[in-house]
Design a protein around this ligand. Sequence first.
Ligand code: GUN
Ligand code: ZN
Length: 491
Amino acid sequence: MSAAEFEILHKDLMGRIGKFRTGHGYVETPTIMPVINPNLITINADEMRKYGAEMVITNAYIIYKNAELREEALQTGIHSLLGTDMPVMTDSGSYQLFEYRDVEVSNAEILEFQRDIGSDICVPLDIPTPPYVSRRKAAKDLETTLKRLSEARSMIPPRGDRMLAGVVQGSTFMDLREESAKGAAGIGFDIYAIGGVVPLLESYRFEVLLDIIMAVKRHLPLSVPIHLFGAGHPMLFALAVALGCDIFDSAAYAIYAKAGRYITSEGTKRARDLQFLPCACPICTSYTVDEVRNNADLLAAHNLWVTFEEMRKVKQSIKEGSLWELCEMRCRAHPAMVTALRRMTRYSAILERYDPVTKHPFFYLSECSAHRPEVMRYSRRLNRFRVSGNVLITTSRSHEDARDFDHVFMIKPPFGPYPVELAESYPVGQAEIPAPAERIDEDAKAVALHNVLRLLELNSAKARFVLRCDRNWANHPLIEAIKKYAELQIE
Ligand code: GUN
Ligand code: ZN
């Protein structure tokens, strides 16, 4: 059986629900792989199915270093060692390289080992360069990583039943990230993995993470799943999926539990501060708050439930076309997430190219909604409105003298002008915005008036315009420019 063949079933923004084939069956994405620690022999990875896992990840290097585990893995295979026939991805020890700098294995050795124990997705020994190192170091590490990627591909050829991940590095240098992605795409992998971002996650530099994802995505094929290494916190799933990440791994569920932390999709709480259990998972509904607070196993189980719950929410929102709304909701939970959402609006023009043309009614949830891909698309398409004669553009619902005009446009922020005939149509007519419209925030007003201006500029040769609005609109700085093309009537 040939692995990969990523089939995309639904899309929203750059996010997708897809399905790919491994040597141990199909996996539906977006998905999260719980990290299985091979030293905890009590672990039965198959347990992870009940939370919703379709695939797990473990560390080949830790197994390789432990004589007993190594023998067992070589004799019975990784699936038997972990007690599951789910697809298993194995990491190479790169992370150990990053954390402790002492990896006593070569790229070829650890790949051969991954192959011999029957891993479904193998990972080369890439070098995870930390953020904000010198450019020289980042470039030198990247050169080594790319050599190892080539070597790995020659050992694990495409179209077998074993998949190989092309890891992308380059630290916080966006041009190196691009070079890394281009290099990996040139070699050709069954999945691509964005590495070296854990320190950014730990320091809440999510906006830098967004830049990295966007730098990388534009050079990777759309037809291959993308793994974001080390992003296990559910708070980030909506954003990362919206930018086109398909696979995540979580050691967070266990690490946080050991540190007495209770994960929610809005952030993390200290378990000892909990007076109530604000969750409906099987753990939180069958144990008392005292029992959960002091028990790392119960905390880990709760953490897994909410992690998978969030991924199901993300999938449902892709299906219904409301992923942007979910991003906005999640990004209200922490100031660093607000920064990330603002950064995402910078990429709206790119997102717009992938985003389905019609979907869920547009909900205006914050000033970031003014910069959504749908709004950009609307603005870009204003040239489809060709008008001539007398044209009324109005913020008011009543226009008894409409008959005196050849065309009547209403204004709805953040979109701006739309013909009355489209009052029920997607996206403008169906958009839900806060009332009253003239009190909406400055971003929405500015975008709306920019679009008015654009409509005027596009049609000024053949049409005479009247802009009728109340003082809330008339005081806007853009009105000066608009007055060059339209007669202003203040109501
Ligand atoms: N786990 C977390 N980050 C990384 C990375 O950059 N590379 C690999 N191989 N594993 C990781
Ligand atoms: Zn719970």
